[in-house]
Design a protein around this ligand. Structure first.
Ligand code: HPA
Ligand code: ZN
Length: 335
């Protein structure tokens, strides 16, 4: 029997650094919003939606994920989506979150950038005030679109820079290397934004190098393919570069055939700054606690390892040093 039960992992103070708000859209809310906005979706029941959520790779998932986002239309929809995620965080003792949003998924449908960000931001403000959950927001560019399109999006973000901490890069990885976005990331840094990027999820370790060298990222999202590059592993350890790893996502999208083959704890023991995150919890079958639970069940994670994983998330977060120290103390006191 494991030394850890569900309740211990659920009450463990946690921090989430890799979460797509559009990926937290639960089927129930999707139906509610479809009805409210009179948007047609190709499903008639929650069961049917769940049956459709069977993916063989990242692209299979993305096709369904972008379709689901069609139900998000007015500011209140973006508020409701974000608020539902924050309530889940409260239930799972997630103290601090740094979610992504994909504006291009919505602006391409004619929705104003301000509608999207104002709804999300209002929920994040309420999350701080009513739930005590702190947050920093990350704007992600869709890498299957052009760099020019990303520049337009960055331009739309300029009146809202007070609500955004960083830019990121997501969507179809293969064939869309980080360096395709070097210039727009340079512009984002000039504007005072930090940078992160999905790299080495389905793509090669080479994409992690270019995310680091060309995009100057402060964290690598996923990054699991680093294990195939010895020099990269040495660099990641020396630099204590955080990797935001998403265990349930990786097995659902078949990055690993089975959770027992996941390398997260191997990397942790080698000294890589790995962290645990949920990615798209409504699609991959679990939020933060469930992701820790599978590491316990499939990899025999110990309490000490769970606490080190959270400590890494605190270190890798974009919050103030003062708040990091407060969270580290809370984590150290947790038994
Ligand atoms: O895991 C992911 N990878 C790339 N793009 C994404 N968009 C949502 N989730 C993901
Ligand atoms: Zn992701």
């Amino acid at each position: 029997m494991s030394e850890i039960n569900f309740d211990w992992l659920n009450a463990l103070p946690k921090v989430e650094l890799h979460l797509h708000l559009e990926g937290s859209l639960e089927p129930e809310l999707m139906f509610t919003l479809a009805k409210r906005n009179n948007v047609k979706i190709p499903f008639t029941s929650v069961e049917q939606i769940k049956e459709a959520y069977q993916f063989n790779n990242l692209q299979d998932f993305l096709d369904i994920y972008y379709q689901g986002a069609d139900v998000l239309v007015v500011e209140q929809d973006f508020y409701d989506l974000t608020w539902a995620y924050l309530l889940k965080c409260q239930q799972q003792n997630v103290l601090h979150v740094e979610p992504f949003f994909d504006p291009q998924t919505h602006t391409a449908r004619g929705i104003d950038f301000s509608t999207i960000i104002d709804g999300i931001n209002r929920a994040l403000v309420d999350g701080r005030e009513k739930l005590g959950i702190s947050s920093e927001l990350i704007l992600c560019f869709l890498r299957h679109l052009s760099e020019d399109d990303a520049f337009i999006t960055l331009q739309q973000a300029i009146p809202h820079l007070d609500k955004i901490k960083a830019v990121g890069l997501d969507s179809s990885e293969k064939g869309h290397p980080p360096e395709k976005f070097s210039r727009v990331f340079a512009k984002a840094r000039e504007l005072g934004l930090l940078t992160v990027a999905h790299a080495g999820e389905e793509g090669p370790a080479e994409y992690i190098w270019t995310a680091l060298n060309d995009l100057k990222v402060s964290r690598v999202d996923h990054g699991v393919s680093a294990i195939f590059d010895k020099a990269l592993m040495e660099y990641l350890i020396a630099a204590q570069m955080p990797l935001t790893i998403c265990p349930l996502s990786n097995t659902k999208l078949k990055v690993f055939a089975d959770m027992s083959e996941h390398t997260i704890l191997q990397m942790l023991e080698l000294g890589v700054c790995v962290t645990v995150n949920s990615d798209d919890p409504a699609y991959f079958g679990g939020y933060m606690t469930e992701n820790f639970v599978v590491l316990r069940d499939s990899l025999a994670m110990t309490k000490a390892q769970a606490k080190r994983l959270v400590s890494n998330s605190i270190k890798g977060s974009f919050t103030s040093l003062e708040y990091k120290n407060t969270m580290q103390q809370q984590l150290a006191d947790y038994r």
